[in-house]
Design a protein around this ligand. Structure first.
Ligand code: MEZ
Length: 601
């Protein structure tokens, strides 16, 4: 290959101009100013704002940033539109009061803090509940269609641990409706979308985020994207657990990249296990069974036919917090009162068929494919790793601890505290997506591109290349199985010191002994899923270590973090901050909560 790598993206005339014209005095030279890494050519692409991730938060951020007449690039690890956001089926929380007129922003705030077991950053939670209504109207303006009340207002259903019916919905495919809308909206902007491009490293120069190293998954080309500001919108990491509702690609890219870049992360131990995932068939294990099923009146039963939530949370029953319902289900299973395939039963057979058919249509299909008619028969369900409450720490402008690096959506932490309310995630993507887009655009307007560290780039691409060229080693699929099994067995819903210590020890071993030996079977760079898995595996290990180490540090029970050996004397409420120390090790420290109005008990 000669110095200037071939560029296969088919750009518009406008973007061609951007691509080749000098900007801010930096030679727009795809071969990095003439200095080549002989064996590993790569190209450089400049923009003002770079959005990494193309789910609900990423798309919303890109749309907002593009309003400022800036050159915005959005990287999508998959084809645009195929994001995990679609899997938030049940709805979007917003205190419109369309069904329960007494609902208001204040009550939504209070529910969010109490639901989060008081660990939320209250400034961020306030932004969430305050802006949720404007952002849902934005979606409507872009063309999203939500179900309506008889008066024609946006309909709202009940969701767990919330005072009023607050969850706006489009049947049981709300996330899909939002993703389709955002995808169409993106196409009407000047945002340059790079499909199937995987960012692997954030570049930092002069203390500022200034770009990312990436691989074009289609062609195997290495690319450096240079930007004045960057927005991480990479979603969560449910895939570090064996059983998860998450899409295949949710492996913690953003957490690992931010950590490696030196950003602060917060409360990584807080993992939401959604109470209801599919139990069978094996191929669908963990797939989400939306909370809308319980919101519409679904009941949980054990193998004796008892509505067991009555024994745990009799006042709210199936609409207790997700952490509470998940633990109750597990207690029934452990006590031998579970269903034949290791879950419990969820039944809606008592509901009017027309309600089920109208409001839970995708559930009918999902279980229909598995041979279960949910209008007549109960579903078998059990908890599934669903959402990370922890993540990249952000301020009220959605900026991380690294100037120029912003973050939005599930890859951030602090908004939801120790346990997220179902329905708050979709609102989060839109509220913080828009905020990050606006803030990053402002930053880009006020700053020029920094220089760039060529050595860091070369080292990164050599690291990726080594996985392909190694003669012997461990298969990424085997390594992945080992890690996901370990996390599922040792850092799950019920945790204890001994298990978590073992997890940390094993993860260190995996980091030291397995990661450097990962070897891809086929050395082809184009469309090589084995290679993609191998790269992802590094991110999974870093993410899993942060989760396990933070979980070990938190001795008491808070929200989703529940220890069977909890220290009864640990009364404190605090956050756990994680960052990389000067020796390249994980450093953890406890930090005071950000409280604006509601003091923890
Ligand atoms: O917010 C969520 O996680 C959500 C809406 C999921 C669901 O059960 O549908």
């Amino acid at each position: 290959m000669d110095g200037i790598a071939e560029y296969r993206f088919v750009p518009s005339i406008a973007s061609l101009k951007r691509f080749f014209l000098p900007r801010d005095g930096i030679p727009q030279d795809n071969s990095l100013g003439g200095q080549q890494l002989d064996e590993l050519p790569y190209k450089t692409i400049l923009c003002d704002v770079l959005v990494v991730g193309a789910g609900g938060a990423g798309c919303r951020a890109a749309i907002e940033a593009s309003k400022q007449n800036l050159d915005v690039i959005m990287l999508s690890k998959e084809l645009l539109g195929k994001a995990h956001t679609s899997m938030a089926e049940g709805g979007y929380n917003v205190s419109l009061g369309n069904v329960d007129p007494n609902d208001d922003v204040e009550t939504h705030f209070k529910d969010t803090i109490v639901g989060g077991n008081h660990l939320n950053n209250q400034e961020l939670a306030e932004i969430l509940v305050r802006d949720a209504s404007e952002r849902i109207y934005d979606l409507e303006e872009m063309g999203a269609v939500f179900d309506r009340t008889p008066e024609g207002k946006i309909a709202q259903r009940p969701f767990g641990k919330q005072s009023w019916r607050r969850t706006a919905y489009a049947s049981d495919r709300t996330g899909s409706e939002i993703m389709v809308t955002l995808t169409e909206a993106i196409r009407k902007t000047s945002v340059r979308v790079f499909d199937e491009v995987f960012a692997t490293k954030i570049l930092v120069e002069d203390g500022r985020a200034c770009g990312v190293c990436a691989v074009d998954l289609k062609y195997g080309d290495y690319i450096v994207f240079r930007a004045k500001s960057i927005i991480m919108a990479t979603g969560g990491a449910g895939r570090i657990f064996k059983v998860t509702s998450n899409a295949q690609l949710d492996v913690g890219d953003g957490y690992a990249m931010a950590y490696e870049a030196g950003a602060e992360l917060i409360d990584m131990e807080m993992i939401q296990f959604h109470p209801t995932g599919m139990v069978k068939p094996e191929s669908a294990k963990g797939r989400l069974v939306t909370e809308a099923v319980r919101g519409e009146g679904g009941i949980l039963l054990n193998n004796k036919g008892e509505r067991f939530m009555n024994n745990y949370y009799p006042k709210v029953m199936e609409l207790a917090g997700r952490d509470q319902v998940a633990r109750s289900i597990m207690k029934e299973v452990i006590a031998g009162r579970g269903s034949p395939d290791g879950g419990v039963y969820l039944s809606i057979a008592h509901l009017p068929k027309r309600i089920v058919e109208f409001r839970l249509e995708s559930m009918i299909e999902q279980f229909g494919d598995a041979g279960v008619d949910i209008r007549e028969e109960p579903m078998q369900v059990s908890p599934t790793a669903h959402h990370f409450m922890g993540g990249i720490s952000i301020d009220t402008k959605s900026q991380s601890s690294i100037p120029g690096l912003y973050a939005a959506g599930e890859c951030t932490g602090g908004v939801h505290g120790g346990n997220r309310l179902g329905g708050n995630a979709l609102a989060d993507t839109q509220v913080f997506g828009a905020l990050a887009g606006e803030s990053a655009a402002r930053f880009a307007k006020d700053h020029k591109h920094t220089g760039i560290n060529r050595q860091a780039i070369i080292a990164e691409f050599q690291r990726l290349e080594a996985m392909l060229t190694r003669k012997e080693g461990i298969s990424p699929a085997d390594a992945r199985d080992e890690l996901t099994e370990l996390m599922w067995n040792k850092v799950q819903i019920f945790r204890n010191e001994e298990d978590m210590e073992e997890a940390v020890k094993e993860l260190k071993r995996i980091e030291e002994e397995v990661v450097p030996k990962i070897k891809v079977q086929v050395s082809e760079k184009r469309f090589n899923p084995g290679w993609h898995q191998a790269i992802e595996f590094g991110h999974m290990v870093i993410t899993a270590r942060m989760v396990a180490e933070a979980a070990l540090l938190r001795k008491g029970n808070r929200g989703a973090h529940y220890r069977t050996d909890a220290d009864p004397n640990e009364k404190g409420y605090y956050n756990i901050i994680i960052e990389k120390d000067d020796n390249g090790e994980i450093a953890l420290r406890k930090k005071d909560l950000v409280i604006t109005r509601i003091t923890p008990p």
